[in-house]
Design a protein around this ligand. Structure first.
Ligand SMILES: NC(=O)c1ccc[n+]([C@@H]2O[C@H](COP(=O)([O-])OP(=O)(O)OC[C@H]3O[C@@H](n4cnc5c(N)ncnc54)[C@H](OP(=O)(O)O)[C@@H]3O)[C@@H](O)[C@H]2O)c1
Length: 340
C-alpha cells in the first residue's frame, strides 16, 4: 500500500506566481497525490494587506477567488485583514514556505525576514523571489544547514528553465568553462526588436502593451534582473561567492543603430585561477551560437564544459505558470524526499 504524507505549505505573497501555484494545486492536487503520495495542503497565504490561515488546510481555489476580489484576507471565515507574513508562517505549521513576494533591490525585504524566520523555525524554503539570495546567498545556506532544512530556488534562474538542476546535478564532474545566458525575457524582447530596426522607445511601448515590461523597466533594461540571476548562478552552480559588485553590468538603453545587432547576454568565463569573470551586457553573438536565433519571447542558457561540450537549453515561457511549476518541482523534491 502506498504510504501517504500531508505536506503543509505557506504561500508568502499572492501575486501572479503564488496565485498560479494555488491554481495548479486546485487543478492537479489530487493527481499529484495519486502520483507522489504526498498531499500538498496550503495552511497559510498572505499578500500585502492580509492573509488567510487554517492548519487543517485552505482551499486553493477559494484563495484564488478571494484574491480576485482584492486580497486573500477575503477568504471566507479564515481571512484576516492585516495578517502579516511572519505571523502567518509561525502559526501555519508549514513544512515548506514558498516565498514569492515582490523583489527588493534595497534590502531584500520582506522576503529576507520571511526566509530567515522560516529557516530558523526549521521550515524548508522555496523561493521565486531573488532578493534574499542575491543579498545573502552564503548566509542563508549556512542557516539552512544549521537547521537541517532545504532552501531551493530553481525558479529564480530563468523560471521553468532547469538551470540549477542541469548545472549542479547533470554536469556533476564537469568543469564549466563558460556560461552564456539570456535570462531576462524583457531585455531580450526589446533588443531583438531593435535588431529589426525598431527604436528602443517603440520596442519598450510594445513590450509594455504585451505586459512583458513593467511601467518602470529599469530592473530589466539596465541589466539588474539578469545580474541578480548571475549572482545566484555563480554562487549555486559555479561555487563562487559573488555579489552584484562582481558583475560588470551594461544596459541596453544607450545603444545606437550602428551598434546592432546585439544580444543581451549574461556570461561567466572561467579564469586560469578557477575563478570566473561575470558580466551582463549587450554582445554580438556568432551566427552559429546556440542562442543566436533565440526567438524574442524566449530565454536560454548554454553551459560550455570540458567533458560534454556545449549544452544548450531554451524555453518560450509566457505568464507566471511555468515559474510556479518550477516552485512545484522544488516542493516535490523536498516532499517526496522527506516521505522516502
Ligand atoms: N512573474 C514571473 O514570471 C516571475 C518569474 C521568476 C521570478 N519571479 C519573482 O517571483 C516573485 C513573485 O512574482 P510575482 O510576479 O507574483 O510578483 P508581484 O506581482 O510583485 O507579487 C508579489 C506579491 O507579494 C505581495 N507582497 C508584497 N509585499 C508583501 C508583504 N510585505 N507581505 C506579504 N506579501 C507581500 C504582493 O501583495 P499584493 O498582491 O497585495 O500587492 C503580491 O501578492 C517576485 O520576487 C518576482 O521577481 C517572478
Amino acid at each position: 500500500m502506498k504510504s501517504e504524507k500531508n505536506i503543509r505549505i505557506a504561500l508568502l505573497g499572492f501575486g501572479p506566481v503564488n496565485r498560479s501555484f494555488a491554481e495548479i494545486l486546485a487543478d492537479k492536487g489530487e493527481g499529484l497525490y495519486q502520483r507522489y503520495g504526498v498531499r500538498l495542503m496550503v495552511t497559510a497565504a498572505v499578500d500585502s494587506t492580509g492573509g488567510a490561515l487554517d492548519v487543517e488546510g485552505l482551499d486553493p481555489g477559494r484563495l484564488v477567488k478571494a484574491k480576485g476580489f482584492g486580497s486573500v484576507a477575503g477568504y471566507p471565515g479564515k481571512g484576516q485583514t492585516g495578517l502579516q507574513g511572519l505571523d502567518a508562517l509561525a502559526r501555519s505549521e508549514a513544512d515548506i514556505v514558498l516565498e514569492a513576494t515582490t523583489v527588493s533591490m534595497q534590502d531584500g525585504e520582506p522576503g529576507m525576514s520571511h526566509v530567515r524566520t522560516a529557516l530558523s523555525l526549521g521550515k524548508h524554503v522555496v523561493l521565486a523571489n531573488k532578493g534574499p539570495l542575491v543579498r545573502a546567498y552564503q548566509a542563508l545556506q549556512s542557516l539552512a544547514q544549521d537547521h537541517q532544512v532545504s532552501i531551493k530556488f530553481s525558479a529564480t534562474l530563468g523560471g521553468s528553465l532547469p538551470t540549477y538542476n542541469i548545472g549542479v546535478r547533470d554536469l556533476a564532474g564537469c568543469t564549466i568553462e563558460r556560461v552564456d545566458a539570456i535570462l531576462n525575457g524583457t531585455s531580450h524582447y526589446i533588443l531583438s526588436s531593435m535588431n529589426t530596426g525598431v527604436t528602443y522607445e517603440e520596442a519598450l511601448v510594445e513590450a509594455q502593451r504585451l505586459e512583458i515590461a513593467e511601467r518602470d523597466p529599469t530592473l530589466d533594461v539596465e541589466g539588474w534582473d539578469a545580474a541578480n540571476k548571475l549572482v545566484i548562478l555563480a554562487n549555486s552552480i559555479l561555487n563562487v561567492p559573488a555579489t552584484l559588485d562582481d558583475i560588470e553590468r551594461i544596459g541596453i538603453t544607450h545603444l545606437k543603430p550602428s551598434d546592432l545587432p546585439l544580444t543581451m547576454l549574461g556570461t561567466a568565463i572561467r579564469n586560469d585561477d578557477g575563478g570566473y569573470s561575470l558580466a551582463v551586457r549587450p554582445e554580438r553573438l556568432p551566427e552559429d551560437h546556440p542562442l543566436a536565433a533565440l526567438p524574442p519571447l524566449s530565454m536560454g542558457i548554454v553551459f560550455h564544459t570540458d567533458l560534454v561540450g556545449p549544452l544548450a537549453m531554451t524555453v518560450n515561457e509566457r505568464g507566471p505558470k511555468p515559474t510556479a511549476a518550477a516552485m512545484l518541482r522544488d516542493v516535490l523534491e523536498i516532499a517526496v524526499g522527506s516521505r522516502r
